[in-house]
Design a protein around this ligand. Structure first.
Ligand SMILES: [Zn+2]
Length: 331
């Protein structure tokens, strides 16, 4: 069993101690992918914005009560509309990271559009939070082998890590062949440290157990089994992800049908109690903490190449940029 009550002091951890990351993707409920194309009234949109803020505040309270820290991947536009919320996340000792400017899928953008999106998102979040932004998570885990330039552009814009890869087979996302623990995500010319979402390897496949609908659907022992497997890896890291709206069973439902409706709302009534049990059972750190902690081992991490021979002329980044970026402890 994974030892409970792991020391709160990251620096006091032994080399083999697992590092579990709790992360929240902060977005209004109407920004989720299956809501694209649904017309929401202005009243409903503002209701979802109000609830996004209230639900995030509620999560901040739960974290404060249990002495836990987390990484919040925030949609850039929220830094404009809810500046105080972003600031309060950072002031409570959590990490603010980027989740795209408008929450658009990466594979629907050109490299030039993606560059503008992630640079703008980083700049605004840093201004609102008053801290550096190191991490990026693509909306809907939409980084794939079709978007190798993601790694290059994130490095170019000053990001230190990416958390957009889910090593699973799924109809809308996932790179099933990617490593399940921290690795180097190699793009056209550059590479970035990747912290993939947690999976559980069983019966010859990777099961998505790290969060979202999977967290609400599957029995909790599957997530614990995934954490246990992660804790036995040479670089023992496990990343969980949630959304503030998942802890709000009373919210007005989007007019979804069939599979989309089921996936969106399955298990939503038990999500709060499940998260609370995780907060009591495990000690969590931020993704930035993990980056700092594993940095001395980064040369030993596996590599995964996204690129299949893209036209490198599209990039101004020289090949030498594939060398390791320097890490500065300013976070
Ligand atoms: Zn999202």
């Amino acid at each position: 069993m994974i030892k409970e009550g792991i020391s709160k002091q990251l620096d006091s951890r032994g080399d083999g101690e697992p590092l579990f990351v709790l992360s929240f993707d902060v977005e209004e409920h109407d920004r989720i992918e299956v809501a694209a194309g649904i017309s929401c009234s202005a009243e409903l949109r503002s209701e979802y914005a109000r609830r996004m803020e209230a639900n995030t505040q509620k999560i901040l309270e739960w974290l404060a009560e249990t002495g836990q820290r987390a990484t919040f991947f925030v949609v850039g536009e929220i830094a404009q509309t809810h500046r105080d919320l972003v600031r309060s996340i950072a002031e409570a000792g959590h990490e603010v990271a980027a989740h795209g400017w408008k929450h658009e899928r990466v594979d629907r953008m050109s490299p030039a559009q993606f560059r503008i999106d992630v640079q703008r998102c980083k700049d605004l979040l840093e201004e609102a939070a008053g801290t550096q932004v190191w991490g990026f998570r693509a909306p809907s885990f939409s980084v794939s082998r079709q978007t190798p330039w993601v790694a290059d552009i994130l490095v170019e814009c000053g990001y230190r890590y990416d958390a957009s890869v889910y090593p699973v087979r799924h109809d809308r996302y996932g790179i099933p062949a990617a490593p399940r623990g921290p690795f180097w995500l190699e793009g056209v010319c550059c590479r970035i440290l990747e912290l993939p979402a947690l999976t559980w390897r069983a019966a010859g496949r990777n099961w998505a157990v790290g969060g979202g609908g999977h967290f609400r659907l599957w029995p909790l022992w599957m997530l614990r089994a995934g954490l246990q497997q992660a804790s036995r890896q040479p670089v023992p890291v496990g990343v969980l992800y949630f959304h503030p709206w998942e802890f709000d069973p009373e919210q007005p439902r989007l007019p979804l049908r069939g599979l989309a409706r089921w996936r969106t709302y399955v298990g939503i009534k038990r999500a709060t109690q499940r998260l609370q049990s995780l907060l009591r059972a495990f000690r969590f750190v931020t993704a930035a903490d993990v980056v700092k902690h594993i940095w001395q081992k980064v040369l030993t991490l596996p590599r995964y190449r996204l690129d299949n021979g893209s036209d490198t002329k599209a990039f101004a980044i020289p090949q030498e940029a594939m060398t390791l970026p320097a890490i500065v402890d300013q976070h």
